[in-house]
Ligand binder design. Sequence first.
Ligand code: MN
Length: 231
Amino acid sequence: MSFVFSPMPVVSVPVLGQPERFPVHRIYCVGRNYEEHAKEMGFTGREPPFFFLKPTDSLVVVEAGQTGTMPYPSLTQNLHHEIELVVAIGQGGRNIKAADVTKHIYGYAVGLDMTRRDLQNEMKKQGRPWCIGKAFDHSAPIGPITPIAHAGDVNNAEISLQVNGADRQRSNVAKLIWNVAETIEHLSAAWELQPGDLIYTGTPEGVAAVVAGDTLVGQVAGLGSLQIKIS
Ligand code: MN
């Protein structure tokens, strides 16, 4: 087969402890999935989970032990960090029940749902799609995937983010409004999940702005960390 130009290369994420990489299909994200973050965004209560997507080629893939680089994006004066647990799907399916999710999960990673907050807020105000605030180039940094067998108790793991060494976000995955299993149940009712899908599960409170030159270090206990510098 020949193409009129070279097709996009396969986007992949390293896997800790093995040479084979995880090829990425889609990137799903959950909105407002920690109560204290929902409150800081002006919302309260347990609403049904809602989802948005980022383009697969918006990933900034950071290899184990490396510091990635994210260029400061265009059009914004208010680039926010959102540290998130990312679920990597190894076996697809539709209408997956919460009790059955384990066999569908390949592993977990630490990710950042970087957000042009000023543009997102403007779109919200106008009732328009969030794409320009959420789905821009380089908006999805991610660290290496830890296979589920080596990931420990991710559902009760501390999640945190430091900017230039100072704490910005610190919480626990146990505080997710919709936990990983419930999220997969809801998501797979709306889309058929495929091997290679990534799910950014939402961010705890403490989101704030970063500027060029800042270094961000994110962790979820039991997983590899993620370090990026804004250039
Ligand atoms: Mn988010």
